[in-house]
Design a protein around this ligand. Structure first.
Ligand SMILES: [Zn+2]
Length: 338
């Protein structure tokens, strides 16, 4: 229950409780960094103690980057960046600790020194997948993600009613979060499931002056489903995946068909293999698309597939001692050579 109070506070839901706490305790400071003082109530301190737990669930989907805290909000797959990069991060990256994400951007590029540690390389790698400039008229949003089997979206809640949670069990949760998942891949998959990727057609719909057409084929608008499923470029990647994971009865036309295909197997292992492969396809496909859009770097679909193949093999191989993963490699190869 306390976690939901935290959610209310972060999501800035209009309620007396939130207004009172914001004015009494936060004074414009971040909930993640504020320290308790002796006069604070027991309940408030309890909330502060729960912060590490809340962080596991509370993610930020970037809009214009004007409110998301660069160091303390959970807006990248790396978790809190102050934790990932370390306490010297603000000095190293020349971004004060109360910076918002937009402070790290100038025009269409990130303003950050060259990475000097693996942690910073990870961050840079993630930043390349974000389209710049950020859309100016979309606000940053907090999203509540419960990893087990429910996904709770409180965003539309506006009153105390939220305390009786409206639990929507999304039908894709098991496809995004599962044992052995790779955070950077599942993060992308999560955004894709939510249809929140900044594709050209979404950017155009937000009023950004940009052609909505697909950068890969120019024949259709670049929607999530076109880009990741039905574009000819994507189809040739999927074809290779199908050789290893069995072909669906018909080509995917929308996202729900992809989700059905992932589950349409009686074998848990096979379903796991399809999930891993799908995560890799979505991640590598999106990365390549960004490469093309931002760096004009075009590579053939077969090269993208090679990256996916390597990623899938690495994932399986690193987890081969886990129960469900032990024979996945055979599965991924066997079908290929039959
Ligand atoms: Zn296309």
């Amino acid at each position: 229950m306390c976690l939901k109070f935290i959610w209310l506070l972060l999501s800035n839901a209009p309620s007396l409780w939130v207004d009172w706490h914001r004015s009494t305790h936060l004074h414009g400071q971040s909930f993640w960094t504020i320290t308790a003082n002796d006069n604070d109530s027991w309940a408030w301190r309890k909330l502060l103690d729960l912060r590490p737990l809340a962080l596991r669930f509370c993610k930020t989907v970037l809009g214009n980057g004007q409110t998301a805290s660069f160091w303390f909000d959970n807006w990248s797959p790396l978790g809190q960046l102050i934790d990932h990069i370390g306490p010297t991060g603000p000095r190293r990256l020349r971004l004060r600790d109360n910076a918002v994400v937009a402070d790290a951007i100038s025009g269409s590029s990130w303003t950050m020194p060259h990475p000097r540690s693996q942690m910073e390389v990870d961050l840079h790698a993630h930043l390349t997948t974000i389209n710049l400039p950020l859309p100016s008229d979309v606000n940053d949003e907090y999203i509540w993600v419960a990893r087990d089997s429910s996904f709770v979206d409180f965003r539309s809640s506006t009153t105390w009613e939220v305390l009786r949670p409206r639990q929507e069990i999304q039908n894709w949760v098991d496809v995004v979060w599962f044992k052995g998942v790779i955070p950077k891949l599942s993060f992308n998959m999560w955004i894709a499931n939510y249809d929140r990727m900044p594709t050209r057609s979404r950017l155009a719909a937000w009023g950004v002056a940009i052609s909505p057409s697909c950068p890969l084929c120019s024949n259709f608008d670049e929607t999530r489903d076109h880009l990741l499923l039905s574009c000819a470029y994507s189809q040739s990647i999927w074809k290779e995946v199908f050789v290893r994971c069995n072909t669906p009865r018909r080509a995917f036309t929308d996202w729900s068909e992809l989700l059905s295909w992932i589950r349409a197997t009686p074998s848990k292992k096979f379903s796991l293999l399809r999930k891993i492969a799908t995560h890799a396809v979505v991640y590598h496909k999106w990365k390549q698309r960004n490469n093309l859009v931002h760096n004009q770097s075009s590579i053939p679909a077969s090269t993208v597939f090679n990256g996916i193949d390597k990623e899938v093999r690495n994932i399986i191989s690193a987890r081969r001692y886990r129960k469900l993963y032990d024979s996945l490699m055979v599965l991924w190869f066997k079908i290929k050579f039959v």
